[in-house]
Design a binder for this molecule. Structure first.
Ligand SMILES: [Zn+2]
Length: 390
């Protein structure tokens, strides 16, 4: 079906406006050069048009244009906000795969810059590239059905938009409610990794979960609380109070002072998170008791639990197909994702891909190895799917 080529260097002319000649090492590259060029161009276009949660119109239009160009069947969920490309018959296929791609960018603070500071634009490239490649290669869809979903609003909008209604409902929660994951035998996803210029794939067993609360200040309360607990010890005070009741489910607490409120990020222990709705209400009550102010729930993220079998399959593909890529394995990643709730219901795997510089959610974050960050994951996911079918 697909040839596996050896090491080769490729000279690629990037965006026509830049006309730079860059030499990349492509270790295992068997994607059509025209498609590759188109995808790299699209990556730049999406990177230059970052859009915030639930405003991803341009990005959706790019999905539509790409689908028309490649004769890919496209439909939309969430009233047009979630583009979907489906190949094969989802109701009948033995192997039903959903691949997610986050559409939104992030704003670093209320007045801060907007950008794809954790590389979500790359996820669109991976999903669209895979769809086009499967169709181009005349993949046999007898046993396989795959649905690529462009997911709006992975980033928590209230982080940079104080007018956003609370609690915030992330994109995948809404997609779950509309039933777009129903019946999936595997949910696959990609994400760019933090500051790894090397050809590396990071396989983590999961991420922490999080409960995000917002305490609304009144000026005199802020002053009295501020004098009681200096900023440096606020998070420690809250952490001690939460742990007293919920013990080691609570991993860490971070607070961030805003003008009119205090944001409290409660990170929960990934693999042991058994927090129920009741315990979330308790966390709110404890916060009210501690701070003597009004407390709202901003959002709740369940921990991401990667499915063991999928992790093993991914490792197998890397071992047998492309040994030049380093595999980093860890138990738990800090931070949270709206893929956590999906992973509680369906076997899920998100791989973290290198080729980047700078930490995610920082202004300096960028892709430095476009062929590895944008193109390599497409071929990898295709290999993984072929493996899952066997
Ligand atoms: Zn992200």
């Amino acid at each position: 079906m697909l040839s596996v080529t050896g090491s080769l260097s490729v000279y690629f002319t990037c965006d026509c406006s830049r006309r730079e000649r860059i030499q990349f090492m492509v270790l295992k590259n068997d994607i059509d050069p025209h498609l590759q060029e188109e995808l790299l161009e699209l990556a730049l276009t999406l990177e230059q048009h970052p859009e915030l949660a639930y405003e991803e119109e341009f990005t959706v239009s790019q999905w539509t244009c790409f689908s028309k160009r490649h004769k890919l069947p496209i439909t939309y969920g969430l009233h047009g906000k979630a583009p979907m490309i489906s190949l094969g018959e989802f109701d009948r296929a033995r192997c039903k795969i959903v691949m997610t791609a986050d559409l939104d960018a992030v704003k670093l603070s209320e007045n801060g810059p907007v950008g794809h500071f954790c590389g979500h634009h790359a996820q669109s490239i991976h999903a669209l590239g895979l769809a086009a490649m499967l169709l181009e290669n005349e993949f046999d869809f007898k046993d396989l059905a795959i649905r690529m979903i462009g997911c709006p609003a992975e980033e928590c909008r209230p982080a940079y938009d104080s007018n956003c209604a609370l609690p915030f409902i992330p994109g995948k929660k809404r997609l779950l409610e509309e039933g777009w994951f129903d019946g999936a035998t595997a949910v696959l996803s990609t994400h760019l990794d933090d500051d790894v210029t090397a050809h590396q794939v990071h396989l983590s067993k999961g991420t922490h979960g999080a409960i995000w609360l917002r305490a609304h200040w009144m000026t005199d309360v802020l002053t009295s609380f501020g004098s009681m607990y200096p900023i440096s010890s606020r998070s420690d005070t809250l952490l001690a109070a939460y742990r007293k009741e919920l013990g080691l489910y609570i991993h860490a607490v971070k607070t961030q002072d805003k003008q009119r409120y205090l944001d409290i990020w409660i990170e929960t222990n990934g693999q042991n998170d058994q927090l129920t709705k009741m315990s979330i209400i308790r966390l709110q009550q404890i916060t009210v008791q501690c701070l003597q102010v009004n407390v709202e729930l901003v959002t709740h993220y369940e921990p991401l639990r990667q499915e063991k079998k999928l992790l093993e399959q991914a490792k197998y593909v890397l071992r047998t197909w492309d040994q030049s890529v380093t595999v980093k394995e860890t138990d738990c990643l800090q931070g949270a994702t709206d893929l956590g709730e999906v992973s509680a219901l369906f076997p899920t795997l998100q791989i973290f891909v290198g080729g980047t510089k700078g930490m995610t959610h920082e202004h300096s974050f960028r892709v430095v190895d476009p062929l590895f960050s944008y193109i390599w994951p497409i071929i990898f996911v295709q290999k993984l799917i072929i493996n899952l079918l066997q």
